[in-house]
Design a protein around this ligand. Structure first.
Ligand SMILES: C[S@@+](CC[C@H](N)C(=O)[O-])C[C@H]1O[C@@H](n2cnc3c(N)ncnc32)[C@H](O)[C@@H]1O
Length: 176
């Protein structure tokens, strides 16, 4: 899956500026963005997961340009148009209200900045469900990348490109 984060980041085609990563999780996306040269702010709701992400990033020596924040993606604690790029990697299906999170992501992204959203495709869902099952956990992802793109187009007239990767579908658009 690390490779999938890298493919998503490479769609951005540049590595300058301030990026918000929504739903830090194990921080694969934060790490990929940081290696690409971005200054990253990464937000996560679960404090234990956030601490683990910090430990992992420190072990890899990869924390200098990443700020980890405890907070809720439904109410991002940032002013409007704070970030050059706003990203979320396979996290939207974990959100209580993905539309509200998308509203927030659009709000904090500057005009002409970029929004990048990845979601698990069918193969990715099977893979992640199986991994969780092996650990005695449950995982269910009902959302598809089309749910995301349709909402962004209907509400904000945002359109962009979709890349189909092995386990994920990746959507990139420019905020107008
Ligand atoms: C599968 S992980 C995402 C993977 C991660 N982006 C990565 O790069 O490794 C989903 C994460 O979203 C977090 N999450 C769920 N609801 C959230 C919310 N309202 N605000 C912020 N993070 C949330 C979960 O706690 C979980 O750690």
């Amino acid at each position: 899956m690390e490779n999938e984060a890298k493919i998503a980041v490479e769609m951005l085609k540049h590595g300058k500026g301030k990026v918000l990563d929504v739903g830090t999780g194990s921080a694969r996306m934060a790490a990929a963005l940081s290696k690409y040269g971005y200054n990253v702010v990464s937000i996560e709701y679960d404090i234990d997961i956030l601490k683990k992400a910090e430990e992992n990033l420190k072990k890899e020596g990869n924390i200098d340009n990443i700020v980890l924040i405890h907070g809720d993606a439904h109410e991002l604690p940032f002013l409007d148009e704070t970030f050059d790029v706003v990203v979320t990697y396979n996290a939207m299906h974990h959100m209580k209200d993905y539309k509200r999170v998308l509203d927030e992501m659009v709000r904090v992204c500057r005009k002409d900045g970029y929004i990048l959203v990845t979601e698990l495709n069918e193969k990715g869902k099977e893979f992640v469900d199986r991994k969780h099952h092996e650990r005695g956990e449950n995982h269910e992802a009902k959302l598809n990348i089309n749910d995301i793109t349709e909402y962004l187009e209907e509400k904000f007239a945002l359109t962009g490109e979709i890349k189909h990767s092995k386990y994920t579908d990746i959507f990139l658009c420019k905020k107008i």
